[in-house]
Design a protein around this ligand. Structure first.
Ligand SMILES: Cc1cc2nc3c(=O)[nH]c(=O)nc-3n(C[C@H](O)[C@H](O)[C@H](O)COP(=O)(O)OP(=O)(O)OC[C@H]3O[C@@H](n4cnc5c(N)ncnc54)[C@H](O)[C@@H]3O)c2cc1C
Length: 325
């Protein structure tokens, strides 16, 4: 019997979407593994969120709620969760492959001596053990991975599974977070992005590249922003656009940027270099706008529009506005 844990990620007092997605998938895995679905919730003023984890199927939620946990510190959170896991012995631990999860999961795996598969794109259970699929070589190959350790940890891409409510008791099991000898403390945080839609969680992304040119030379980025507003989408960028200083690094998609998995990815003026594809090729539908019919992005696009983005983006925006009116 393997209990399945989902480590909650909390932002501005709410569970992040990836946590509810993992709880939904976790229900199915727990049923197949013959265990129960449980949540792990750390933070300050977070206890009430245990009920939300219950709504998505968690039978029990391990809660450490203390002012000392207000800010995320990797070594502290990993120590606390590892000590809890050593005592409770879950079989499977799921974490979102977000910035938070990508920091926490390897620390936790190292402390527990547990196997970790990172950035997974599918999860299953076979013979009571976790099986996962994870992309390799910038998405060119998919590896099926099984674990040799009793505790199996997977960080999982956001936007893979629909979040669906499913009754769980959400019973609170409080624990004292033993954070060990923490060597750093957070003195303050400065948030970037304001109320921008977060790229890794966005259902729709409109991304621009070098073809959008320097904002001083034209208004292509404004056209992109307008389309994003119509579609309630996040704006992404290629590294060329970020390196040029046209867009912030938080918008970079790709191997050295963010890995995204939206329902719709619109790439305008992006050639489709392998390092960019590494971050977006698992998008469910890719639309490319490029004036070069030979651009590699058309090799992965579901819909390709050969044309000047300065002409095409306003037409797309007008048509979407009509459709959505
Ligand atoms: C180690 C390493 C890591 C990297 N990591 C990343 C990463 O994380 N993300 C990333 O994106 N890149 C990354 N790169 C860079 C990558 O190799 C490419 O250089 C980059 O993705 C190119 O960006 P681009 O497509 O915007 O520019 P370009 O390759 O210059 O393409 C611009 C495209 O715009 C089209 N275009 C121009 N004008 C118009 C117009 N008016 N209308 C329509 N189309 C037009 C052109 O036809 C062209 O296809 C990395 C590189 C290395 C070596």
């Amino acid at each position: 019997m393997a209990n399945v844990w989902v480590i909650a990620e909390v932002k501005e007092g709410k569970l992040k979407k990836v946590t509810t997605e993992l709880l939904t998938k976790g229900r199915d895995l727990a049923a197949k593994a013959g265990g129960q679905l449980e949540g792990v919730l750390l933070g300050s003023g977070v206890e009430a969120l245990a009920a939300d984890m219950g709504k998505f199927g968690a039978a029990k939620v391990h809660v450490a709620d203390s002012a000392a946990l207000k800010d995320y510190v990797g070594e502290a959170f990993a120590s606390a969760i590892a000590k809890l896991a050593e005592a409770e012995k879950p079989g499977i631990i799921l974490i979102g492959a977000s910035v938070y999860g990508k920091d926490l999961a390897p620390r936790l795996a190292a402390k527990l001596g547990a196997g970790l598969a990172s950035d997974c794109t599918d999860l299953g259970v076979d013979g009571g053990k976790l099986t996962v699929v994870r992309p390799m070589y910038a998405g060119k190959a998919l590896a099926s991975v099984t674990f040799k350790t009793d505790i199996q940890i997977a960080s999982v891409r956001p936007n893979l599974f629909a979040a669906e409510e499913g009754a769980g008791a959400g019973a609170v099991a409080k624990f004292d977070a033993d954070c060990g000898d923490v060597k750093v403390s957070v003195q303050g945080q400065q948030m970037s992005g304001g109320d921008k839609i977060e790229l890794t969680e966005a259902a729709i992304i409109v991304a621009g590249g070098r073809g959008c040119k320097d904002p001083k030379e034209g208004n292509a980025w404004q056209l992109l922003e307008d389309l994003a507003k119509t579609l309630n989408a996040a704006v992404g960028a290629s590294r060329a656009a970020v390196d040029a200083g046209w867009r912030g690094h938080d918008e970079q998609v790709g191997q050295t940027g963010k890995v995204v998995n939206p329902t719709l990815y619109i790439a305008a003026g992006i050639s489709g270099a392998i390092q960019h594809l590494a971050g977006m090729s698992s998008s469910k539908c890719i639309v490319a706008v490029n004036k070069d019919p030979e651009a590699p992005i058309f090799g992965v696009a579901d819909y390709g529009i050969v044309g000047d983005l300065n002409t095409v983006l306003p037409i797309m925006n007008d048509e979407f506005k009509k459709l959505l009116a």
